[in-house]
Design a binder for this molecule. Sequence first.
Ligand code: UDP
Ligand code: MG
Length: 341
Amino acid sequence: MAYRGSISGISTSSLETTKIDLSIVVPIYNEAESLSHLLEEITNAVGSLQLSYEIICVDDGSTDGSTAILKELARRRSSLKAVILRRNYGQTPAMAAGFENAVGKVIITLDGDLQNDPTDIPLLLAKLEEGYDLVSGWRKQRQDAALTRLLPSKIANWLIGKVTGVKLHDYGCSLKAYRGELVADMNLYGELHRFLPALAYIEGARITEIPVRHHARRFGKSKYGLGRTVRVVMDLLTVFFMKKFLTRPMHVFGVWGLISLLIGTLMGLYLTLVKLFFNQNIGDRPLLILSVLLVVTGVQLFSFGLLAELLMRTYHESQKRPIYRIREVIKGKSYEMVNSE
Ligand code: UDP
Ligand code: MG
Protein backbone atom coordinates (compact mmCIF):
# COMPACT_ATOMS: atom_id res chain seq x y z
CA MET A 1 0.00 0.00 0.00
CA ALA A 2 2.73 2.44 0.90
CA TYR A 3 4.02 4.08 -2.24
CA ARG A 4 7.47 5.59 -2.11
CA GLY A 5 9.70 6.98 -4.76
CA SER A 6 9.50 9.04 -7.85
CA ILE A 7 7.46 8.84 -11.01
CA SER A 8 9.58 7.55 -13.83
CA GLY A 9 9.28 6.67 -17.46
CA ILE A 10 8.39 10.08 -18.86
CA SER A 11 10.30 10.83 -21.99
CA THR A 12 8.17 13.27 -23.95
CA SER A 13 10.26 16.33 -24.67
CA SER A 14 7.45 18.76 -23.89
CA LEU A 15 7.39 17.38 -20.38
CA GLU A 16 11.04 17.92 -19.69
CA THR A 17 10.19 21.28 -18.21
CA THR A 18 7.70 19.67 -15.82
CA LYS A 19 8.62 20.54 -12.30
CA ILE A 20 6.33 18.42 -10.20
CA ASP A 21 5.37 14.78 -9.95
CA LEU A 22 1.66 14.84 -9.35
CA SER A 23 -1.29 17.01 -10.34
CA ILE A 24 -4.59 16.20 -8.65
CA VAL A 25 -7.50 17.60 -10.65
CA VAL A 26 -10.89 18.03 -8.98
CA PRO A 27 -13.99 19.52 -10.64
CA ILE A 28 -16.11 21.48 -8.16
CA TYR A 29 -19.71 22.44 -8.70
CA ASN A 30 -21.52 23.50 -5.53
CA GLU A 31 -19.49 21.47 -3.07
CA ALA A 32 -19.04 24.18 -0.42
CA GLU A 33 -19.34 21.87 2.58
CA SER A 34 -16.96 19.26 1.21
CA LEU A 35 -14.09 21.51 0.18
CA SER A 36 -12.04 21.78 3.35
CA HIS A 37 -12.51 18.07 4.18
CA LEU A 38 -11.52 17.20 0.64
CA LEU A 39 -8.27 19.15 0.76
CA GLU A 40 -7.43 17.67 4.11
CA GLU A 41 -8.07 14.12 2.90
CA ILE A 42 -6.00 14.64 -0.23
CA THR A 43 -3.15 16.25 1.67
CA ASN A 44 -3.14 13.42 4.20
CA ALA A 45 -3.09 10.83 1.44
CA VAL A 46 -0.30 12.28 -0.70
CA GLY A 47 1.57 14.38 1.85
CA SER A 48 3.53 11.42 3.14
CA LEU A 49 4.59 10.22 -0.33
CA GLN A 50 7.92 11.58 -1.33
CA LEU A 51 6.45 13.39 -4.30
CA SER A 52 5.89 17.01 -5.15
CA TYR A 53 2.26 17.67 -5.95
CA GLU A 54 -0.33 20.28 -6.76
CA ILE A 55 -4.08 20.17 -6.21
CA ILE A 56 -6.07 21.87 -8.95
CA CYS A 57 -9.67 22.58 -8.03
CA VAL A 58 -11.72 23.79 -10.98
CA ASP A 59 -14.73 25.78 -9.91
CA ASP A 60 -17.36 25.08 -12.52
CA GLY A 61 -19.60 28.10 -11.98
CA SER A 62 -20.68 27.23 -8.44
CA THR A 63 -23.50 29.27 -6.93
CA ASP A 64 -23.34 28.05 -3.32
CA GLY A 65 -20.29 29.97 -2.16
CA SER A 66 -17.78 27.29 -3.18
CA THR A 67 -15.99 29.86 -5.33
CA ALA A 68 -15.21 32.21 -2.45
CA ILE A 69 -14.16 29.34 -0.17
CA LEU A 70 -11.91 27.92 -2.86
CA LYS A 71 -10.26 31.28 -3.55
CA GLU A 72 -9.59 31.77 0.12
CA LEU A 73 -8.16 28.27 0.50
CA ALA A 74 -5.97 28.74 -2.57
CA ARG A 75 -4.52 31.94 -1.18
CA ARG A 76 -3.57 30.15 2.00
CA ARG A 77 -2.46 26.74 0.78
CA SER A 78 0.74 26.54 -1.15
CA SER A 79 -0.17 23.36 -3.00
CA LEU A 80 -3.60 24.49 -4.18
CA LYS A 81 -4.41 26.13 -7.48
CA ALA A 82 -7.99 27.36 -7.97
CA VAL A 83 -9.15 27.61 -11.57
CA ILE A 84 -12.38 29.59 -11.70
CA LEU A 85 -14.53 29.10 -14.79
CA ARG A 86 -16.86 31.84 -16.01
CA ARG A 87 -20.00 29.76 -15.66
CA ASN A 88 -21.18 26.19 -15.26
CA TYR A 89 -19.91 24.17 -18.22
CA GLY A 90 -20.18 20.60 -16.95
CA GLN A 91 -17.82 18.05 -15.47
CA THR A 92 -15.91 17.23 -18.67
CA PRO A 93 -15.06 20.85 -19.57
CA ALA A 94 -14.14 21.45 -15.91
CA MET A 95 -11.73 18.53 -16.06
CA ALA A 96 -10.32 19.73 -19.37
CA ALA A 97 -9.64 23.12 -17.74
CA GLY A 98 -7.88 21.26 -14.93
CA PHE A 99 -5.75 19.31 -17.40
CA GLU A 100 -4.79 22.50 -19.17
CA ASN A 101 -3.49 23.96 -15.92
CA ALA A 102 -1.81 20.80 -14.68
CA VAL A 103 1.97 20.45 -14.94
CA GLY A 104 2.46 17.13 -13.16
CA LYS A 105 4.11 14.12 -14.75
CA VAL A 106 1.13 12.15 -13.52
CA ILE A 107 -2.40 13.42 -13.32
CA ILE A 108 -4.96 12.10 -10.85
CA THR A 109 -8.63 12.97 -11.21
CA LEU A 110 -11.28 12.59 -8.55
CA ASP A 111 -14.64 14.02 -7.56
CA GLY A 112 -14.99 16.91 -5.16
CA ASP A 113 -17.80 15.39 -3.10
CA LEU A 114 -15.71 12.98 -0.98
CA GLN A 115 -17.22 9.95 -2.73
CA ASN A 116 -13.80 8.91 -4.01
CA ASP A 117 -11.23 8.11 -1.35
CA PRO A 118 -7.87 9.88 -1.73
CA THR A 119 -6.21 7.08 0.24
CA ASP A 120 -6.53 5.06 -2.97
CA ILE A 121 -4.19 7.45 -4.80
CA PRO A 122 -0.99 5.59 -3.72
CA LEU A 123 -2.52 2.36 -5.07
CA LEU A 124 -3.19 3.96 -8.45
CA LEU A 125 0.36 5.31 -8.55
CA ALA A 126 1.85 1.94 -7.69
CA LYS A 127 -0.14 0.35 -10.50
CA LEU A 128 0.95 3.06 -12.93
CA GLU A 129 4.55 2.29 -12.03
CA GLU A 130 4.01 -1.29 -13.18
CA GLY A 131 4.06 0.11 -16.69
CA TYR A 132 0.59 1.41 -17.41
CA ASP A 133 -0.30 4.75 -18.94
CA LEU A 134 -3.74 4.93 -17.38
CA VAL A 135 -5.17 3.29 -14.28
CA SER A 136 -8.91 3.55 -13.80
CA GLY A 137 -10.73 3.08 -10.51
CA TRP A 138 -13.44 0.45 -10.22
CA ARG A 139 -16.08 1.17 -7.60
CA LYS A 140 -16.74 -2.43 -6.70
CA GLN A 141 -19.01 -1.45 -3.84
CA ARG A 142 -20.57 1.63 -5.27
CA GLN A 143 -22.64 3.67 -2.82
CA ASP A 144 -25.26 5.13 -5.16
CA ALA A 145 -28.95 4.51 -5.81
CA ALA A 146 -29.47 1.12 -7.45
CA LEU A 147 -32.23 1.80 -9.91
CA THR A 148 -31.38 5.30 -11.13
CA ARG A 149 -27.60 5.05 -11.06
CA LEU A 150 -26.19 1.53 -10.79
CA LEU A 151 -28.41 -0.11 -13.38
CA PRO A 152 -28.06 2.53 -16.12
CA SER A 153 -24.32 2.58 -15.42
CA LYS A 154 -24.09 -1.19 -15.82
CA ILE A 155 -25.82 -0.97 -19.18
CA ALA A 156 -23.66 1.99 -20.24
CA ASN A 157 -20.44 0.20 -19.22
CA TRP A 158 -21.46 -2.89 -21.15
CA LEU A 159 -22.34 -0.82 -24.19
CA ILE A 160 -19.12 1.19 -24.09
CA GLY A 161 -17.18 -2.07 -23.81
CA LYS A 162 -19.01 -3.46 -26.84
CA VAL A 163 -18.57 -0.36 -28.99
CA THR A 164 -14.97 0.40 -28.08
CA GLY A 165 -13.65 -3.09 -27.45
CA VAL A 166 -12.11 -1.77 -24.21
CA LYS A 167 -13.72 -3.60 -21.34
CA LEU A 168 -13.64 -1.76 -18.03
CA HIS A 169 -16.11 -2.44 -15.23
CA ASP A 170 -16.54 1.19 -14.35
CA TYR A 171 -15.98 3.87 -16.95
CA GLY A 172 -17.86 6.38 -14.81
CA CYS A 173 -15.44 6.28 -11.90
CA SER A 174 -13.74 9.68 -11.71
CA LEU A 175 -10.80 8.38 -9.70
CA LYS A 176 -8.17 7.70 -12.33
CA ALA A 177 -4.45 8.16 -12.81
CA TYR A 178 -2.99 9.20 -16.17
CA ARG A 179 0.49 9.78 -17.44
CA GLY A 180 0.58 13.49 -18.17
CA GLU A 181 1.24 13.29 -21.89
CA LEU A 182 -1.88 11.19 -22.33
CA VAL A 183 -4.32 13.97 -21.56
CA ALA A 184 -2.27 16.74 -23.10
CA ASP A 185 -3.90 16.66 -26.51
CA MET A 186 -7.22 14.97 -25.91
CA ASN A 187 -10.07 16.95 -27.40
CA LEU A 188 -12.72 16.72 -24.71
CA TYR A 189 -16.33 17.86 -24.89
CA GLY A 190 -19.79 16.69 -23.82
CA GLU A 191 -19.49 13.78 -21.38
CA LEU A 192 -16.30 12.58 -22.98
CA HIS A 193 -13.99 12.38 -19.99
CA ARG A 194 -15.58 9.01 -19.30
CA PHE A 195 -14.20 7.64 -22.53
CA LEU A 196 -10.64 8.74 -21.91
CA PRO A 197 -9.55 5.12 -21.31
CA ALA A 198 -11.08 4.02 -24.62
CA LEU A 199 -9.76 7.03 -26.53
CA ALA A 200 -6.32 6.52 -24.98
CA TYR A 201 -6.41 2.81 -25.82
CA ILE A 202 -7.08 3.62 -29.47
CA GLU A 203 -3.96 5.79 -29.37
CA GLY A 204 -1.96 2.82 -28.10
CA ALA A 205 -1.99 3.47 -24.34
CA ARG A 206 -1.67 0.62 -21.85
CA ILE A 207 -4.65 0.79 -19.56
CA THR A 208 -5.91 -1.17 -16.58
CA GLU A 209 -8.26 -0.90 -13.61
CA ILE A 210 -8.10 -1.57 -9.89
CA PRO A 211 -10.86 -1.73 -7.27
CA VAL A 212 -11.19 1.47 -5.25
CA ARG A 213 -13.26 2.55 -2.27
CA HIS A 214 -16.44 4.54 -2.69
CA HIS A 215 -18.49 6.44 -0.14
CA ALA A 216 -22.03 7.72 -0.14
CA ARG A 217 -22.30 11.45 -0.68
CA ARG A 218 -21.74 13.20 2.66
CA PHE A 219 -22.84 16.73 1.76
CA GLY A 220 -25.04 18.27 -0.94
CA LYS A 221 -26.58 16.16 -3.64
CA SER A 222 -25.65 14.60 -6.94
CA LYS A 223 -25.70 16.92 -9.94
CA TYR A 224 -26.98 14.22 -12.20
CA GLY A 225 -30.01 12.05 -12.83
CA LEU A 226 -30.93 9.46 -15.40
CA GLY A 227 -30.51 12.02 -18.19
CA ARG A 228 -26.75 11.80 -18.01
CA THR A 229 -26.63 8.13 -18.93
CA VAL A 230 -28.60 8.93 -22.08
CA ARG A 231 -26.20 11.78 -22.90
CA VAL A 232 -23.20 9.55 -22.23
CA VAL A 233 -24.50 6.89 -24.60
CA MET A 234 -25.28 9.49 -27.30
CA ASP A 235 -21.77 10.93 -27.00
CA LEU A 236 -20.39 7.43 -27.23
CA LEU A 237 -22.24 6.76 -30.44
CA THR A 238 -21.16 10.06 -32.01
CA VAL A 239 -17.54 9.62 -31.02
CA PHE A 240 -17.18 6.15 -32.37
CA PHE A 241 -19.20 6.96 -35.43
CA MET A 242 -16.82 9.84 -36.00
CA LYS A 243 -13.75 7.71 -35.28
CA LYS A 244 -14.74 4.75 -37.36
CA PHE A 245 -16.69 6.19 -40.27
CA LEU A 246 -16.31 9.89 -40.42
CA THR A 247 -12.56 10.03 -40.69
CA ARG A 248 -13.13 9.23 -44.38
CA PRO A 249 -16.91 9.05 -44.84
CA MET A 250 -16.54 9.03 -48.60
CA HIS A 251 -14.61 5.78 -48.32
CA VAL A 252 -17.50 4.18 -46.46
CA PHE A 253 -20.64 5.60 -48.01
CA GLY A 254 -19.25 6.72 -51.32
CA VAL A 255 -17.94 3.27 -52.25
CA TRP A 256 -21.24 1.53 -51.51
CA GLY A 257 -23.07 4.30 -53.31
CA LEU A 258 -20.93 3.83 -56.38
CA ILE A 259 -21.26 0.03 -56.32
CA SER A 260 -25.03 0.29 -55.97
CA LEU A 261 -25.17 2.87 -58.74
CA LEU A 262 -23.03 0.71 -61.02
CA ILE A 263 -25.06 -2.48 -60.54
CA GLY A 264 -28.35 -0.58 -60.94
CA THR A 265 -27.11 1.09 -64.12
CA LEU A 266 -25.93 -2.22 -65.60
CA MET A 267 -29.32 -3.78 -64.90
CA GLY A 268 -31.05 -0.77 -66.44
CA LEU A 269 -28.81 -0.99 -69.52
CA TYR A 270 -29.53 -4.69 -69.90
CA LEU A 271 -33.29 -4.03 -69.73
CA THR A 272 -32.96 -1.17 -72.21
CA LEU A 273 -31.16 -3.46 -74.66
CA VAL A 274 -33.83 -6.14 -74.20
CA LYS A 275 -36.52 -3.55 -74.92
CA LEU A 276 -34.76 -1.98 -77.91
CA PHE A 277 -33.38 -5.04 -79.71
CA PHE A 278 -35.77 -7.79 -78.73
CA ASN A 279 -38.80 -5.58 -78.38
CA GLN A 280 -39.82 -7.29 -75.14
CA ASN A 281 -42.10 -5.67 -72.60
CA ILE A 282 -39.97 -4.79 -69.55
CA GLY A 283 -42.66 -2.98 -67.55
CA ASP A 284 -43.46 -6.01 -65.35
CA ARG A 285 -39.89 -7.25 -64.82
CA PRO A 286 -38.83 -7.32 -61.11
CA LEU A 287 -35.35 -6.45 -62.34
CA LEU A 288 -36.64 -3.03 -63.36
CA ILE A 289 -37.73 -2.20 -59.84
CA LEU A 290 -34.43 -3.48 -58.45
CA SER A 291 -32.47 -1.47 -60.96
CA VAL A 292 -34.34 1.76 -60.18
CA LEU A 293 -33.95 1.12 -56.43
CA LEU A 294 -30.23 0.52 -56.73
CA VAL A 295 -29.68 3.62 -58.85
CA VAL A 296 -31.64 5.82 -56.46
CA THR A 297 -29.93 4.31 -53.38
CA GLY A 298 -26.57 4.68 -55.06
CA VAL A 299 -27.07 8.36 -55.77
CA GLN A 300 -28.38 8.92 -52.23
CA LEU A 301 -25.50 7.10 -50.56
CA PHE A 302 -22.93 8.87 -52.68
CA SER A 303 -24.31 12.30 -51.86
CA PHE A 304 -24.60 11.28 -48.21
CA GLY A 305 -20.92 10.39 -48.20
CA LEU A 306 -20.14 13.76 -49.73
CA LEU A 307 -22.22 15.57 -47.13
CA ALA A 308 -20.66 13.57 -44.30
CA GLU A 309 -17.21 14.45 -45.61
CA LEU A 310 -18.09 18.14 -45.54
CA LEU A 311 -19.62 17.76 -42.10
CA MET A 312 -16.54 16.00 -40.83
CA ARG A 313 -14.31 18.78 -42.06
CA THR A 314 -16.53 21.45 -40.50
CA TYR A 315 -16.59 19.44 -37.30
CA HIS A 316 -12.85 19.26 -37.04
CA GLU A 317 -12.53 22.94 -37.82
CA SER A 318 -14.99 23.78 -35.07
CA GLN A 319 -12.98 21.80 -32.52
CA LYS A 320 -10.57 24.68 -32.19
CA ARG A 321 -13.16 26.54 -30.15
CA PRO A 322 -12.54 26.17 -26.42
CA ILE A 323 -15.26 24.36 -24.50
CA TYR A 324 -14.80 26.51 -21.41
CA ARG A 325 -13.59 29.96 -20.47
CA ILE A 326 -11.45 30.63 -17.44
CA ARG A 327 -12.21 33.71 -15.35
CA GLU A 328 -9.14 33.54 -13.13
CA VAL A 329 -6.49 31.25 -11.74
CA ILE A 330 -5.50 31.70 -8.12
CA LYS A 331 -2.30 30.30 -6.72
CA GLY A 332 -1.10 30.65 -3.16
CA LYS A 333 1.80 33.03 -2.59
CA SER A 334 4.23 30.28 -1.74
CA TYR A 335 2.96 28.06 -4.56
CA GLU A 336 5.86 28.69 -6.90
CA MET A 337 8.40 28.46 -4.10
CA VAL A 338 7.19 25.14 -2.84
CA ASN A 339 6.84 23.44 -6.14
CA SER A 340 9.82 24.58 -8.10
CA GLU A 341 13.32 23.56 -7.38
N1 UDP B 1 -19.45 18.62 -11.38
C1 UDP B 1 -18.98 19.69 -12.12
N2 UDP B 1 -19.83 20.31 -13.00
C2 UDP B 1 -21.12 19.90 -13.18
C3 UDP B 1 -21.57 18.77 -12.44
C4 UDP B 1 -20.71 18.15 -11.56
O1 UDP B 1 -17.82 20.09 -11.98
O2 UDP B 1 -21.83 20.52 -13.98
C5 UDP B 1 -18.54 17.95 -10.42
C6 UDP B 1 -19.10 17.76 -9.02
O3 UDP B 1 -18.87 18.89 -8.19
C7 UDP B 1 -18.35 16.54 -8.53
C8 UDP B 1 -18.15 15.74 -9.81
O4 UDP B 1 -18.31 16.65 -10.89
O5 UDP B 1 -17.09 16.89 -8.01
C9 UDP B 1 -19.16 14.60 -9.92
O6 UDP B 1 -20.47 15.07 -9.74
P1 UDP B 1 -21.53 14.31 -8.85
O7 UDP B 1 -20.94 13.91 -7.55
O8 UDP B 1 -22.75 15.17 -8.79
O9 UDP B 1 -21.82 13.04 -9.74
P2 UDP B 1 -22.09 11.55 -9.21
O10 UDP B 1 -21.09 11.22 -8.16
O11 UDP B 1 -23.47 11.58 -8.69
O12 UDP B 1 -21.93 10.72 -10.45
MG1 MG C 1 -20.60 12.15 -6.59
